[in-house]
Design a protein. Structure first.
Lengths: 325, 271
């Protein structure tokens, strides 16, 4: 009984310590968000020429509109006032106006986000399934079986995703006609882009997973499970995989970056609608409000995902719940 | 040499040597002008005369792939070198400065890391415009935090070493110790990172030119060549193959070489 009480007591202080740690991390995350906002403000001011022209881009506008933009962004005010205005506008959720598209950036992003989420969802799904299957199939296997898989992984990480997309299009769309070529929607149109987007992350994940599996398979509890007569496949799936997944979770932030960067290129290869296409088009039209809004949203997603990892990780791995002594 | 016993590693180093030769003296490999167009010979398939075939303007693709080596290596090496120098300076500053410096540097790196790599490069391009040096600067910017973190860790790891105390006892000044002892000893893992990082830089550089936002036409650049190949997909496969093979082989060779260097370094390390 006294043992249970002691455990409960240490749990409470552990929870409090974890709460403080979480608050500190959340504070740090807020600082990073503010930093990213400031970075886009600095970037806007580094563009050569007048700031109002940097906001308008290549679009032609009347002098009245130009004057209105100057007053809208407080560009006739001192720098500090401009900065406060910029941050204040973002805090209200106003991402600005895209002058090349003639609509608010938030509307533009809303129109394109669905297509990109579908692509990224399919790509992440492909990467997760492939990596788990490959890692489980090849962990602790003889060299002749494992070697080729490792070779394919290294190759997958070297192949540029846009070239992979071109190759898949050439073979499966133009030669075999299995999948629609360009700009198609629906599931069939998602297969080739998702593979192009997800292959390199899949290779990365399966490397990390296999390393984790092989490390766990040497742990005493695995030996114990085997000695109890648990079948090797079951040991792998039920005991080892749970542990091996942990390092993968810490990669979630990296994955966000890889998939966002990848989507920019893959949407261009397959002529898909989406945020990536929007970004590269916006740069061509020197549409800075759109570019900086997408940069900020991507940064926000990355920061939130990393914060979530910090919250979720101790919940999954009980060893981290003990306060460090 | 252990590299000789591993055929893959050997092949990677030989290929990199060939690439360096091609970058320095492209005429050793191809006498054809990569930019000379021949209207009579547009999109002709690979042959004895045109090993990789010709593109839509009748330019020799083999000559253009060879000509692209210099630009790709330039982007890879220059971006890595720039990030290496910046990362080392920032890392040493963070490790040797006080707690406040460390926190500020860490947050600044966090900010850079929070923006997905390609988007940060695109932000740089949105500010500076598209071009080779703009690409190099952008790629250096996204890789610098990685170097800074590794250098900071290494400096903190070696800081307590006896040979640094010995140098201090001998009356060396602090900057002298940092430059002559600390930095050279912290550089090993960073150089490995720089090797592998130059492959990443080449990959991102080619992706940018694929989007039309990297080195500008008519420069022979692998990513840009792949981009224009898409318009002739249905009639010609060769423009879509050889530049992609060049990127893949280069990045693969650099990765394999980097992994070999890493193994060497770990084998040599005292712990």
């Amino acid at each position: 009984m006294s043992v249970t009480l002691a455990v409960a007591g240490s749990n409470r202080s552990a929870v409090r310590a974890a709460g403080f740690a979480l608050l500190r991390r959340a504070g740090a995350a807020l600082v990073v968000v503010w930093g990213a906002v400031t970075l886009t403000f600095v970037a806007l001011h580094l563009i050569p020429g007048e700031i109002v022209d940097a906001l308008i881009g290549t679009t032609r506008v009347s002098p009245e509109v130009r004057a209105r933009i100057i007053s809208d962004y407080s560009l006739d005010q001192p720098l500090l006032a401009q900065y406060l205005h910029y941050v204040g506008r973002l805090l209200q959720g106003d991402l600005g106006q895209s002058y090349s598209q003639g609509m608010p950036v938030s509307t533009l992003i809303g129109q394109q986000a669905g297509s990109t989420f579908a692509l990224m969802g399919a790509g992440i799904g492909f990467a997760l399934v492939t990596s788990v299957v490959v890692a489980v199939a090849t962990a602790n296997r003889p060299r002749w079986f494992r070697g080729p898989a490792v070779g394919v992984e290294v190759l997958s990480l070297a192949v540029p995703s846009f070239w992979l997309g071109i190759l898949l299009l050439t073979v499966f769309s133009f030669q075999l006609h299995w999948f629609p070529a360009i700009g198609a929607n629906g599931f069939n149109g998602l297969v080739l882009p998702a593979i192009s987007l997800g292959l390199a992350p899949a290779a990365m994940l399966s490397q990390v997973l296999r390393q984790g599996l092989e490390r766990v398979l040497e742990e005493p509890f695995v030996v114990t499970a085997r000695a109890r007569g648990v079948r090797p496949a079951l040991v792998l799936m039920r005991h080892a995989l749970r542990h091996a997944v942990l390092p993968v979770i810490t990669l979630a932030g990296w994955l966000v970056g890889a998939f966002v960067s990848g989507a920019v290129v893959i949407e261009s290869v397959f002529s898909r609608q989406g945020l990536g296409r929007l970004t590269s088009a916006a740069i061509g039209q020197r549409d800075f409000p759109t570019v900086s809004a997408i940069v900020l949203i991507a940064a926000l997603v990355y920061i939130v995902v990393n914060l979530l990892i910090d919250v979720v990780y101790p919940l999954i791995d009980p060893r981290l719940r003990e306060p460090a002594s | 040499m252990s590299a000789l016993r591993r055929p893959g590693t050997m092949l990677a180093f030989v290929f990199l040597a060939v690439l360096l030769l091609a970058a320095a003296w492209p005429s050793l490999f191809s006498a054809t002008d990569p930019n000379s167009a021949d209207i009579q010979q547009t999109l002709s398939p690979p042959s004895a005369e045109h090993w990789f075939g010709t593109d839509q303007n009748g330019r020799d693709l083999y000559a253009r792939v060879i000509a692209g080596v210099r630009l790709s290596l330039l982007i890879g090496v220059a971006a890595s070198a720039l990030a290496l120098v910046a990362g080392t300076v920032i890392g040493v500053l963070a490790a040797q400065g006080g707690r406040a410096t460390n926190t500020v540097v860490n947050r600044l790196l966090d900010i850079l890391l929070s923006i997905p790599g390609l988007l940060l490069v695109l932000l740089v391009i949105a500010v500076l415009g598209a071009g080779t040096w703009e690409t190099i600067l952008g790629v250096a910017l996204i890789t610098t935090p990685g170097y800074a973190r590794v250098v900071r860790g290494e400096v903190i790891r070696i800081r307590g070493a006896v040979f640094l105390e010995a140098a201090a006892t001998l009356g060396w000044s602090r900057p002298q110790i940092v430059l002559r002892h600390l930095v050279p000893n912290a550089l090993g893992p960073v150089l490995v990172l720089a090797t592998i990082g130059s492959g990443t830089a080449i990959s991102i550089g080619s992706a940018l030119s694929f989007l039309g936002l990297g080195p500008q036409a008519p420069t022979a650049e692998w990513g840009a060549m792949l981009s224009s190949s898409r318009d002739y997909f249905t009639v010609a496969w060769w423009p879509a193959i050889f530049p992609g093979l060049a990127i893949t082989a280069t990045v693969l060779a650099i990765t394999v070489a980097g992994q070999f260097l890493q193994l060497r370094l770990e084998g040599r390390a005292p712990r």
